[in-house]
Design a protein around this ligand. Sequence first.
Ligand code: SF4
Ligand code: SF4
Length: 293
Amino acid sequence: MQTDLDRAALTVSVAAGKGGTGKTLLSTSLAYALVERHPGAVQLLDADVEEPNADLVLPVQFTGTQPVELLVPQVDPETCVRCGKCAEVCAASAIARIRQTVITFHELCTGCGACAWICPVDAITEIPRVVGRVDTGMAEGGIEFVQGRSEVAQQHTGAITGAVKKHAKDDCITIIDAPPGTACPMQETVAESDYCILVTEPTPFGLSDLGAAVETCRALSVPCGVVVNRDGVGDAGVDDYCERSGIPILLRIPHDREIARAYSRGRTLALEFPDWRPKLVSLLDAVAREVSQ
Ligand code: SF4
Ligand code: SF4
C-alpha cells in the first residue's frame, strides 16, 4: 500500500517544553518503526547537544567523529589601540575593554566575526576553537544516526546544532531529537523542519510548557501536533487547549508500567513493543499528509 510517506521526503523534529517528557522515547521509536518500511531511507539526528541520549535507548555502532570549530577572536595587544569598538559591537558580551586591556571570553563567543570586522586597525585575528563534535554511525535496524555533543561550559551550541542538521538528506525521512525547552537551542533545531511533534504530559505543568512550545513553533512558522505521553495521569487541560487552539493530538502513549520499565532498561517503545510500530507509522503518515496539503 502506498501512503503519503512513500511520496515524501520529510524532516520532523520532536520537541518538548521541558526534559523528561518522553521526547527521546518518541523520536527513537518513530525512526525504528519507520525503517522497517523504508530501509536505507531513515535518519535520526540527535540535536540535544548538551545531553544527547538517543544512543542509550537505540543501540548505535559509531563509525566516525568530526570536531566542530568556531572562529573566535585573538587580539594582538601591540596593534590594538584600545578604542573599545569590538566590545560595543559584541552582542554576546564575549569581548570587553577593561581599562587599557581587551579581554576575550571565548566560551561566550558565537563566532559572528563582528569584532574583527569593526576593528579599525586589524588587531583581531580569528582563530579556530573546538566547541563540540558530531558523531556518526548506524543505529539498530539500519537507521543512519548523527549525534552532536558540546564541550563542557560551551554557552552557544548553535554551531554544533548546525553541523548536525547539515547531515539531513533531501531524499530521506529525517527525525530530529530537539533539545528540551523553547530557548535558542530548541529554536535552532526546529527551524526549517517540515513539522514539529511536541511531546507533553496531561498535567498543568505539561500544559504550561506545551503552550510555550506551540507559540515557539508558530513564531518559526513550523506546523505542529501533540503526542500525549503518560496519558491517564493528570487532567483534561491539554486536551481542552489543543481543541481550542486547533492543534491535533497525533497519538496517546498510556501511563503504563511496562513502557516505563522498558524505557528505564534503555529500550525504546518500538523496539520492545512491536504492536506500537503501525501506530507510529500512521502518525507519520498523518504528518506527511498535513505537510503535503
Ligand atoms: S566573534 Fe562575535 S561573539 Fe565573538 S567576540 Fe567577536 S563580536 Fe563577540
Ligand atoms: S576594536 Fe580593535 S583596536 Fe579597538 S579595542 Fe578592539 S581590538 Fe583594540
